[in-house]
Ligand binder design. Structure first.
Ligand SMILES: [Zn+2]
Length: 201
């Protein structure tokens, strides 16, 4: 949701006859929350959902928790005036979408798994411009996604993890990453069958 895209989003929703009832934010980078305030102004009844951790970034609080990697959070973090209606966490269901842990690109990133066809909707986790790349393993022809990634070892550990029951995954699970590991790995979601497709948003 890049800045100045609210009109385009509203027109697209109108065109397909799907009124916007919820706005789910994957993370707080500026190119993903850039039109949030303008969209909320047009859609005052829409629910705004986001992880509690990245909601702090939306408030321009860039502090780190003691148990997080003490690495500066990267990327554009302009914040927004909007306060999320409520926070969401891995394991929750939003309609047909299951919230998946996506921590690493930012400290509170989430992805969404469409349980109808197992399409994974993720932001800045994969890119296909100039070849497939992940946030943890950049493509030198399109490095922006990796450059804006907070902690690549954590991103890689998250991508490898098998999601468990809601709340079962601990921060320690994510802290076990070692810098530079992961050669030959591909980001994947394993629960319940193969990942059908990954869609970057
Ligand atoms: Zn991002």
């Amino acid at each position: 949701m890049i800045p100045r895209s609210s009109k385009v989003i509203l027109r697209a929703a109108e065109r397909i006859g799907a009124p916007i009832r919820r706005i789910v934010l994957t993370h707080a980078h500026g190119d993903h929350i850039g039109s949030l305030d303008a969209l909320v102004a047009e859609l005052p009844d829409a629910e705004v959902l986001m992880s509690a951790r990245d909601a702090r970034l939306l408030r321009k609080d860039r502090s780190l928790d003691p148990d997080e990697p003490q690495v500066k959070i990267r990327g554009s973090l302009p914040g927004a005036r909007t306060t999320p209606s409520r926070s969401i966490a891995p394991g929750e269901q939003i309609g047909s979408l299951e919230v998946i842990d996506g921590v690493g690109h930012t400290p509170g990133q989430i992805a969404l798994l469409d349980t109808r066809d197992r399409t994974l909707i993720c932001a800045d986790t994969y890119s296909t411009l100039g070849g497939v790349a992940t946030a943890a393993r950049p493509n030198p022809r399109f490095p922006a996604m990796a450059v804006a990634t907070w902690h690549r070892p954590t991103a890689l550990t998250t991508a490898r993890a098998r999601p468990r029951a809601p709340g079962a995954r601990t921060r320690q699970d994510r802290r076990c990453a070692r810098p530079g590991d992961g050669r030959g790995d591909r980001a994947r979601i394993l629960r319940g069958g193969p990942l059908v497709a990954a869609r970057e948003v």
